[in-house]
Design a protein around this ligand. Structure first.
Ligand code: PLP
Length: 374
């Protein structure tokens, strides 16, 4: 691809070719050939050696993976648990971390909708944090709120799913630490996309989106200071020295998927996390520029990510447009319903989430296809 820097063209080369144009990393990224091979190899080893022997043989990879995830999420390796998804990570946290019922959990208006439901299901009152004009938590107002009416928890979706918005998690975690209020972070869209070692007390994510790991493998990390608070039950057969957080893992697991995630993370680290983050920011800016002034659509405000949202202004239904883009143009996008971020979204939108290999010709093809559909 002529307009793509060799490093990102190589990223594309390292994956199976796509049928069409994949602009959907915010749903699930494209795994590399090496990641896919690692998953398949481990599954084969399970059949050849016996599943538990294969797992024992892969112990070195698992140790490396725990260390890598700990580094990415800002905890120690003993603070990492593997879960099935971001949703499973939050569920585990809510079960293990005692919070007084009926108390308030503070979130930004951009919060992921299903998380809001998880909090209200548990009997918490959800209160909204004040923001600046861009939707980012206003730090001065937060500081005042932490003094006047502190919530029992601040929960942040670091990178929003419905538009390109990054919450200032590090600064928020600093303020909350001083006030003695824990911070949990939904890093489902943040892992592999922006820096996730923010000093939060707990962070959870899935590996399948920007990290391009296999589906069904998520991560949860909890800082050491909180381990003594956790209510966990170790499996009766667990080793007596099992780390507390490890008790949050399922008894059986998709070990092959974890091995795949280990490879995906190593590939990301080899490229350089900061270089990937910069490139994804650039991809977002390129997509916004390519789609600006497209008749029938407005580009939602976006900064710092590769997620771009288009709002229809001519009565189009984003779900229909998404289906037609795929069926008629082989372009994969997402239709976002307002339930994804009910305190911010006022209507459905079309989400574009290319990865580092996004090229000008792909964006031009999308623009052309949207014009043809309108
Ligand atoms: C911000 C955010 N949080 C949570 C989730 C849920 O992740 P999972 O499907 O891994 O449970 C998503 C998935 O799209 C998301 O975008």
């Amino acid at each position: 691809v002529a307009d793509l820097a060799p490093i990102w063209a190589d990223w594309r080369q390292r994956r199976p070719p796509t049928r069409g144009i994949h602009l959907n990393s915010a749903a699930a990224g494209r795994s590399s050939t090496a990641t896919i091979a690692a998953v398949a190899d481990h599954l084969r080893s399970e059949a050849e050696l016996g599943a538990y022997v294969a797992e024992a043989a892969a112990e070195g990879h698992m140790r490396q993976l725990r260390a890598d995830v700990a580094g990415l999420l800002g905890t120690s390796a003993d603070g990492v648990a593997f879960v099935e998804s971001a949703t499973a990570g939050l569920r585990s946290l809510l079960m293990a971390w005692p919070l007084p019922h009926g108390s308030s959990v503070a979130v930004a208006p951009s919060e992921w909708g299903p998380n809001l439901a998880a909090f209200t299901d548990q009997g918490f009152e959800v209160v909204l944090l004040g923001t600046d004009d861009h939707g980012r938590v206003d730090l001065d107002r937060l500081q005042r709120q932490l003094q006047s009416s502190p919530p029992v928890l601040v929960h942040l979706t670091q990178v929003a799913a419905h538009r390109g918005l990054v919450q200032p998690v590090t600064a928020i975690a600093d303020l909350c630490r001083d006030a003695g209020v824990p911070v949990w972070v939904d890093a489902a869209q943040a892992l592999g996309h922006v820096d996730t070692a923010t000093g939060a007390d707990a962070v959870y994510a899935t590996g399948r989106k920007w990290m391009c790991g296999p589906r069904g493998v998520g991560v949860l990390a909890i800082t050491e200071a909180a381990w003594r608070l956790l209510r966990v039950r170790h499996h009766v057969l667990a080793a007596s020295d099992e780390p507390t957080v490890r008790a949050l893992e399922s008894d059986d697991a998709n070990v092959a998927g974890r091995i795949g995630l280990a490879v995906a993370i190593r590939e990301y680290l080899a490229l350089g996390a900061a270089a990937v983050h910069r490139r994804l920011d650039e991809v977002g800016a390129e997509a916004q520029a390519a789609l600006a002034d497209l008749p029938g659509w407005t580009v939602a405000e976006s900064a710092g990510t590769a997620i771009t949202a288009l709002r229809p202004t001519a009565g189009q239904d984003p779900e229909t447009v998404r289906t037609r883009l795929l069926d008629e143009h082989d372009i994969l996008t997402t239709a976002s319903v307002p339930a994804r971020a009910p305190h911010e979204m006022t209507g459905p939108s079309l989400r574009i989430s290319p990865h580092v290999d996004c090229s000008d010709d792909q964006l031009a093809a999308l623009r052309l296809a949207l014009s043809a559909i309108a």
